[in-house]
Design a binder for this molecule. Sequence first.
Ligand code: SF4
Ligand code: SF4
Length: 488
Amino acid sequence: MFKLWQFGGGVHLDTHKTESTGRPLRDAGLPEHLILPLQQRGTSTAKPVVAPGERVLRGQLLARDENPLNPPIHASTSGIVKAIEDLPLPHPSGLPGPCLVIEVDGEDEGLAQEPMEDVRDLPVEELRRRIHEAGIVGLGGAAFPAAVKVDPGARRRIDTLVLNGAECEPYITCDDSLMRHYPDDVLGGAEILLHILGAERCLLGIEDDMPEAIAALEAAKASGGYERIEIVPVPAVYPTGGEKQLIKVLTGREVPAGGIPADAGIVCQNVGTAAAIHRALVHGESLTSRIVTVTGPGVRKPQNLMVRIGTPIAHLIAQCGGYTEHAQRLILGGPMMGLALPSDELPIIKAANCVLVAGSELVTGEKQALPCIRCGECATTCPVNLLPQQLYWYSRADNLDRAVEHHLADCIECGCCDFVCPSHIPLVQYFRAAKAQVTARQRERDKAAHAKTRFEFREQRKEREKLEKAESARRKKELLERVQNDAS
Ligand code: SF4
Ligand code: SF4
């Protein structure tokens, strides 16, 4: 019996998983066009290496960036580059950003792949480089570059790989579907990650309400002989799938505040990321598709679809029988942490695990927020042991320093506090806004510090040049005097 730990707080939620798992996984097919945002993370934008009018093949490199946090982008099918232009991005703001648009030709012609016999034939640095070149980011929703995450630095020793299969948000079942249908890719990816990290064991945490996925993984483990990988069912309490919470449940270790799992000797990857790494290194495939759950009361046939990255959401809705009369709002992600989208013309990006078409029961914003009654429920349920009520007061009063002192940055935006608040205060909205303000303020401070350093550097240079000039004049004068003395 594997020993499990507990994290504080959390909530039991109606899972709504069977709506999408009741239908088989199937391919979403080819849309008419793909939209690939060039800005994937932060403000860094990948530069296109193709031009409008050019024909591209599936797997072909389309854009790249020097910034390692912005991995390369590849074509998800064959077609003609139609445009490189600003289009709305899959974000609640709907603000535009540079995108590459491909008119799909229906041939689905791909580049020749280079399968590999044994990844251990290559140095670890080369494996990391290939993970980056394949455009792999964390598929659990955060989209952090996988190659950066598997390079924890020489100072940190990693003994444990944690694979996150605890898909704890209601409605989302793409990881469940992946583990049921591609258990060998998941476990093969885990073996590769163990090799890269030099770790001893892998703990694959999976919620105990996914019996089919557990059985598929156990069968793959038995036939593949993955002895260092332990498949560990964990209780279905939200947010067990949070990185720090899952690490606590599986290992009892705490990731230090402001730190990363590697500080506790652990690297955590989503099961989808492990499978993508396996496909990339063993089969030579770049990340051009992923499983997406399309679900909710607003869609006729909820299901999991294998989707080409860049496919417009409208195409997926059509594949699922269209909208129902209950459709009220499109959410990218789950009901707890997802982001409302303004349109179904927006594309599926690598981080998109779920398109939730919410009905009225999920659209919580309409509830009138009442004054805080200081009941303390939010603090009891917070899995990070924060004081949401205090954070709310400070965020509302724009007292960012106090919010930061109360560990605003540690908030994982899980929404547990919102969920239990009897006054229906949209706490997470306040925290997101406060975090954005803190980031903007830090950026301004960095800019000011940079300008100050440049000014001081210029002043020092001017002073140095002045001294050098004076010294040179003195030497010249001295030389002249010596010449004159010699002449007389
Ligand atoms: S749960 Fe809501 S009402 Fe209760 S203390 Fe927290 S913010 Fe206030
Ligand atoms: S959203 Fe933040 S403050 Fe609220 S419960 Fe989750 S971690 Fe705690």
